[in-house]
Design a binder for this molecule. Structure first.
Ligand code: GMT
Length: 379
């Protein structure tokens, strides 16, 4: 198949999923065309069947808000025509599904064939942005108009049906992880020494540092942990709350124990040296960071929100607590980190869950089947 993929190229779960999906599809001999304003952070275009098409948004002085969605629709239609795309797959509804809808109409109006598009809902496009009155009607409309809609968890599917009163089917296709890449091995273990002494535990947090991630809670939890257990914290990613976290770390005098690594292209190498992931988010429709950690035998202490309980089996593959309950999360972390046997056993179970339920070898064929059904219906 020839598939056009649009996503936010910057750091964020939806962009990561879209990029990994495109590369997995290319590995299965599909031709993949990414269309966005910037090359996605994890995208490797060395393969001949992966292409990147940049959307140029001209900044005419009259435009206080340059219309990216229109430039994107134009580029989608162009790329679809030139490269004979079979379908478009957009990640994150706003504004990508609206642009895809416009591209489909433009092509049809020019006497071309119908270009079906699939929308994958990721989370804040429904739970935060989508419920804003200024976006709700158009988001509902573009979801209804999509040729296929998927959601990354049952929680998000239910929220979409409830909040948007959507009447069309929404199929759950879980996020996935490449278990060959995300794994613990003796090679990666050697890198532990770059960040920690042999007797220290490594905790990790991975996110886009937006308020929804509650990054200050990560620092609070770690502060309590490091008083009881010799430990270091790796903070991977960047975003609006990074400087708040940096200030908190300095105020607490733990700056020698916390490493802010910024955006990392090879996240798997860092996760593979960790002992525990912290994900105390206000809301997660899935929690991709937790899944990537699980594949590396790293359990997560997380909040019991959104789709997280669909990913983490509380007490078996990770530990869950209420949002903002920093004390409980710190206690859970200290207890687990102090019991080597339990920690490793939970890590092993986490890896097995990642392999059996969320491995890319299992999930990518679900997308391929979904595309086939959409194409059959559209023909
Ligand atoms: O909130 C983010 O971290 C970004 C957002 C996105 O779409 O880029 O993440 C959402 O999609 C991820 C990938 O599907 C999920 O793992 C996250 O749980 C989800 N975030 C929220 O629901 C807050």
């Amino acid at each position: 198949m020839k598939i056009g993929i649009t996503c936010y190229p910057t750091y964020g779960g939806s962009g990561v999923v879209a990029t990994e999906l495109g590369m997995e599809l290319a590995d299965r001999d599909h031709e993949v065309h990414f269309i966005s304003y910037q090359q996605p952070i994890r995208l490797n275009t060395e393969r001949a069947n992966i292409h990147f098409h940049e959307v140029d948004v001209s900044n005419y002085p009259l435009f206080e808000y340059p219309p990216y969605d229109l430039a994107l629709a134009t580029r989608m239609a162009e790329v679809a025509e030139i490269y004979s795309l079979d379908l478009l797959h957009v990640h994150y509804a706003i504004p990508h599904s609206v642009s895809a809808l416009l591209a489909r109409q433009m092509l049809a109006a020019n006497g071309g064939r119908r270009l079906p598009f699939v929308t994958t809902l990721h989370g804040t496009d429904i739970t935060l942005v989508g419920t804003d009155r200024s976006y709700l009607p158009i988001t509902r409309f573009s979801i209804e108009q999509s040729d296929g809609v998927t959601a990354i968890s049952h929680y998000l599917r239910e929220r979409t049906l409830q909040v948007f009163d959507v009447k069309r089917p929404v199929q759950v296709i879980y996020n996935f992880v490449n278990c060959d890449l995300y794994r613990r091995d003796p090679e990666s273990e050697k890198h532990r020494a770059e960040y920690a002494q042999a007797d220290e535990r490594i905790l990790v947090h991975l996110s886009n540092f937006r308020p929804v991630k509650r990054v200050p809670d990560v620092v609070e939890i770690f502060d309590q942990v490091q008083r009881q257990v010799p430990a270091r914290l790796l903070m991977i990613g960047d975003g609006p709350d990074r400087s708040t976290a940096e200030w908190m770390v300095r105020r607490k005098g733990i700056q020698d124990r916390v490493h802010f690594l910024g955006k990392q292209a090879r996240v798997h190498e860092k996760l593979a040296i960790a002992d525990l992931m912290l994900l105390p988010s206000q809301l997660e429709s899935f929690g991709l960071a937790a899944l990537e950690a699980m594949a590396c035998e790293v359990p997560t202490v997380a909040t019991r929100v959104g789709g997280v309980p669909e990913v983490i089996d509380d007490g078996k593959t990770g530990l869950l607590a209420q949002v903002g309950d920093v004390e409980t999360m710190a206690k859970q972390a200290i207890k687990l980190l102090s019991d080597e046997g339990k920690l490793r056993q939970m890590g092993k179970r986490a890896r097995i869950a990642a392999q059996t339920r969320f491995c890319s070898t299992r999930i990518i064929p679900e997308y391929e089947n979904f595309y086939r059904c959409v194409l059959e219906r559209a023909s």
